[in-house]
Ligand binder design. Structure first.
Ligand code: ZN
Length: 313
């Protein structure tokens, strides 16, 4: 897998003298703050992960998929997946939603969350709760970094769906379409994560309220316990959709992503969520859409359209 990634990996251009001053001197912004009523929201980038273009849609004709990439001025054989995590503050609690890739693999552009949280003034010891959309390594890997573990509070609560914990005890990879090496890496990372953090798990069945106006709701689909975070305060709403929605998912909501363990269900859940967000006009943020991925969803014919919000300086 490392070979595969290094084949498509490009050098970062996001930092000035990155090696000696990680985080502080980056030329490209890695955090974006907004408020939803009384709730503070900070989108923080963990970097990007380059994967083969086929991961975007293993049920699409290659020529159709390549045409989509060409229409978007992207190369035919590789796609950069953004890695967005979110920090939410509400009711005196500081909640980290997903934790990025960590150091599971030597990827120069991913795994940047710890120094970017620090640069944003977020002290890991101030984090009271972690919410996990699911247990893929690009969402939990950051918590396995030694310097991160050392800083976390002993009374940290980790909220995730009970179905997700159950799934990873004996995960089914029969419906995925991943590059060689990925299933083993995902199994290994989830197993290690459960061994190291199980005592902090606060599993829920369908949903739980983590803090005032902050609900985590199980959707299933991508993984059986995949969950989204729904924020509501002062008449405003935002949903962090995790891996339910990808960049291609607006024009092609029925394209099967290679990392979906139940692709048909993932497509159904995606379409249901996009319809709901378009109808109630709430904001969307998602893990793998280009940073900061804050925008609205519109209906476009029998598919959808993503409308990014103008940056608010
Ligand atoms: Zn992911």
């Amino acid at each position: 897998m490392n070979q595969l990634i290094s084949d498509t990996q490009q050098k970062t251009n996001t930092s000035l003298d990155y090696d000696s001053h990680p985080g502080r001197d980056e030329l490209v912004p890695s955090r974006y703050a907004l408020r939803i009523g009384q709730i503070d929201v900070l989108v923080v980038s963990d970097g990007v992960l380059t994967l083969p273009g086929a991961m975007l849609a293993h049920n699409a004709e290659p020529a159709v998929r390549e045409a989509w990439l060409a229409d978007n001025f992207l190369p035919p054989d590789a796609f950069d997946w953004a890695l967005n995590a979110v920090v939410v503050k509400s009711g005196g609690r500081t909640i980290l939603v997903d934790a990025g890739m960590g150091e599971e693999f030597p990827l120069p552009r991913a795994g940047q969350l710890p120094h970017r949280l620090e640069a944003a003034g977020i002290d890991l010891s101030s984090v009271t709760d972690v919410v996990l959309t699911h247990m893929h390594m690009d969402h939990v890997g950051g918590l396995l970094i030694d310097c991160v573990k050392e800083q976390l509070r002993p009374d940290l609560r980790i909220h995730l769906a009970a179905a997700e914990v159950k799934f990873w005890e004996s995960p089914d990879f029969s419906r995925v379409s991943m590059p060689e090496g990925f299933p083993d890496a995902l199994r290994r990372t989830a197993k290690r994560f459960m061994e190291e953090y199980r005592s902090k798990f606060r599993p829920f069945e369908d949903e739980c309220e983590v803090a005032p106006g902050v609900r985590v709701c199980r959707t299933g689909g991508h993984t059986p316990g995949h969950s989204v975070v729904r924020l509501a305060s002062g008449g405003e709403r935002l949903t962090f959709a995790g891996d339910l929605v990808f960049t291609v998912g607006f024009e092609h909501p029925d394209w099967y992503n290679g990392f979906e363990h139940d692709p048909e269900e993932a497509a159904r859940v995606r379409i249901r969520l996009l319809r709901e967000l378009a109808a109630n006009r709430e904001l969307l943020v998602s893990t793998h859409m280009p940073f900061p991925s804050v925008g609205h969803v519109a209906v476009a014919g029998d598919a959808f359209r993503f409308v990014p919000v103008p940056w608010d300086y």
